[in-house]
Design a protein around this ligand. Structure first.
Ligand code: NAP
Ligand code: HSE
Length: 431
């Protein structure tokens, strides 16, 4: 390290990288005081150097050669905010092997390759920080790594995707259709042109895998997290949920069990009185249950340029501060083993089902018999009155606690009934 400044190579100058390029020069004096040294952008990688960039950002020289940024001898810390698996993964590996500290916001790379990258970082005695990878500007990674270190974490329940929370909030508050709410999320810049990562819940699965690995001390693989997105929800579900006293949220849940770890991301019905039910718009919240702190809730902006860049710059400051003091920045600890993840069929839950059924005698009795055969006890049934023109009736069934395996068998058997009910929505009730 030069005695006068710490050189930073920026991989990506998009939403988050643009925020970093705005904060570093904009708050240079405050950051130097906190870091004990000036933080200086040396050069940056982009796809298109000619593109117009964030207003207010003072940009270093831009280029299209990632290796040139990583290998530059003036760069001591590499900030990776490209997104996606490649070339981000190869550039992070290259930086760590070259003895450079890395800060990343890349949840996909950390979730899929964290264990390998932590081991490389440890071998080379360098830091690999990823506070921005979950919860944007909310301090959450450091909370699990340090602040909860004395605890035995038993459960995490989190809203960790701002885009889907925005869509669900619009569907709940305005009765918007999924398609309209998604189009608005895209127009506002929350959702990508290809919204798959958010609405099909890949993004929160990566984030849950990262949090659960830290919380439980074993590697939780993202492909082992049960995943269901929000595409099939209808505004009818929101109307029923509200009348029954519930909110609908995309929840990421991880829980320790005697036989392994339960890790799942899917839409749930939450009692409206719960704190997580009140987290609306693009906000995120992470609820933790642990033996010493009890229940704790972390809440804030889970995405966006400056909130996310805030987490990146904090990670850079932690590295700079250690170096300025002559210490070695903290290297990440690779998980000692891989977690045993239990199958979704083994969970218990209460359920909400919305069905379209022919409105004629014997239909309700036939449906109720299927629930009975699978040992599922019905808690309530609602059938709003139809007008004579309506070809079908709508049936909303709430169950008592039941096994997922029993519920899946019920759904399969319902479709085989002569009266042919159509199961429109099934939601787990998380109370
Ligand atoms: P973004 O706006 O799409 O920016 C990506 C940047 O990387 C752009 O500058 C792009 O260059 C550059 N880039 C991408 N692929 C490249 C390649 N193959 N070669 C050279 N340059 C390349 O993405 P972002 O929203 O800032 O997200 C960055 C990371 O932060 C992702 O891992 C994301 O998951 C994470 N994150 C984002 C948010 C958020 O609110 N956006 C919040 C938390 C975490 P051009 O500018 O020339 O296109
Ligand atoms: N696409 C993510 C979200 C932001 O909507 O929360 C990046 O983590």
């Amino acid at each position: 390290m030069s005695s006068r400044h710490l050189g930073i190579g920026l991989l990506g100058v998009g939403v988050v990288g643009g925020g970093v390029a705005q904060i570093l020069p904009g708050k240079a004096t405050q950051l130097a005081a906190r870091a004990g040294i000036e933080l200086r952008l040396v050069r940056a990688l982009v796809r298109d150097p000619a593109k117009e960039r964030t207003r207010g950002a003072t940009l270093p020289p831009l280029g299209t050669d990632g290796a040139a940024v990583v290998d530059d001898p003036a760069v001591q810390v590499v900030v990776e905010v490209l997104g996606g698996e490649q070339p981000a993964l190869d550039l992070i590996r290259r930086a760590l092997r070259a003895g450079k500290h890395v800060v990343t916001a890349n949840k996909e790379v950390i979730a899929k390759h964290g264990a390998e990258l932590f081991a490389i970082a440890q071998q080379h005695g360098v830091a690999l920080q990823f506070e921005a990878s979950v919860g944007g500007g909310i301090p959450v990674i450091a909370v699990f790594q340090h602040d909860l270190a004395a605890n035995w974490v038993s459960r995490i329940a989190a809203i960790i995707n701002g885009t889907t929370n925005y869509i669900l909030s619009r569907m709940a508050s305005e009765g918007a259709d999924f398609g309209d709410a998604l189009a608005d999320a895209q127009a506002l810049g929350y959702a990508e042109a290809d919204p798959t990562a958010d609405v099909d819940a890949y993004d929160p699965c990566y984030k849950l895998a990262i949090l659960a690995s830290l919380a439980f001390g074993e590697e939780v693989r993202p492909e082992g997290v049960h995943r269901e997105g929000i595409r099939s929800l209808s505004r009818r579900d929101f109307a029923f949920a509200r009348s029954l006293g519930y909110a609908i949220k995309l929840l990421a849940i991880a829980r320790r069990r005697a036989d392994g770890i339960e890790a799942r991301v899917h839409p749930v019905m939450l009692p409206a009185s719960k704190m997580l039910a009140k987290v609306d718009g693009v906000f995120n919240a992470i609820e933790v249950e642990a033996d010493l702190v009890g229940t704790a809730l972390l809440y804030g902006q889970g995405a966006g340029s400056l909130p996310t860049a805030s987490a990146i710059v904090a990670d850079v400051i932690a590295i700079a501060d250690a170096l300025a003091r002559g210490d070695r920045p903290r290297t990440p600890i690779p998980p000692s083993s891989r977690a045993r993840l239990v199958q979704i069929e083994s969970i218990d839950s209460r359920y909400y089902l919305r069905l379209s059924v022919p409105d004629k005698p014997g239909v309700l009795a036939a449906i109720a018999a299927v629930f009975g055969r699978n040992a599922i006890s019905i808690a309530s049934v609602q059938q709003p009155e139809q007008t004579p023109e309506d070809p079908e009736a709508e049936l909303v069934i709430m169950t008592h606690r039941a096994s997922e395996a029993g519920m899946q068998a019920t759904i399969a058997q319902l479709s085989g009934l002569d009266v042919s009910p159509r199961v429109q929505t099934v939601l787990r009730i998380e109370d």
